[in-house]
Ligand binder design. Sequence first.
Ligand SMILES: C[S@@+](CC[C@H](N)C(=O)[O-])C[C@H]1O[C@@H](n2cnc3c(N)ncnc32)[C@H](O)[C@@H]1O
Length: 245
Amino acid sequence: MIYDDELYTIKIDTVGEWQGDECFSVYVKERDEHVKIEIWDYDTLYRYPYLFEIMYQKILKSKSIYSVWDIFLNHKEIANNELRILDIGAGSGLAGQYIRSISSPQILHGLDILESARTSCLRDYPKIYDEYHVINLQKMQSHEKNLLKSKNFNCITIISSSGGSDDDPDYHDVELQEYQEIIDIINNSGYIVFNIREYELRGQVEIKKLLGKYCTLINETVYPHRQLLNGSIVNNKALIYRISK
Ligand SMILES: C[S@@+](CC[C@H](N)C(=O)[O-])C[C@H]1O[C@@H](n2cnc3c(N)ncnc32)[C@H](O)[C@@H]1O
């Protein structure tokens, strides 16, 4: 057993050799229910209160939210009370929670492709986002795009959700086509703040190439992202791009 509290007892099923090859047995005490969960099965994780946070923050000690946003806000040119932020891949609201704790954005919206992400955020952290959108950016309707554009976002952040699908074809992340939409959503000028693997996956290389056409890379910093169950640490890169149209 690696974790036990009033809600859950969690055991490791698979200690994979690579990031994502990790599976857990969770005993949900309140429901007297046993469930096996792959670490990337967000839909299932979001069904249970705080379970995503317990897995990623307490067990796997993920640091990306803190590292990426500390690096961004330490950048001299950022006035954090002018930020109008869209957090894409917002999940249960953990990035939004940290952003609120260290800055005073004019607006902070969440967006995720999964309805279960919004449900978990409204259940676990209901006051974090001013609005939470469930939108598939690849199949965005014109009214959805107009709505997002009308918010005049000047900062898009995407934490631990960028271009990972080459690892697993069944898995979905924020990919190249969605980055094209993201560039369109930023109305005039602003920042795109996100993280990718230290050793970039194919999709991540493509995303960097695309952003290079429209934006200036103003920061690229390698930091420890999280630990694997075999004890090794995976590094990521924090990337900050500035766009002006
Ligand atoms: C690892 S979680 C990160 C959640 C949160 N950013 C955090 O750091 O705690 C990845 C999230 O990205 C979402 N996601 C994946 N692909 C997406 C896409 N194309 N558009 C929006 N959200 C997406 C998933 O549903 C999931 O909630």
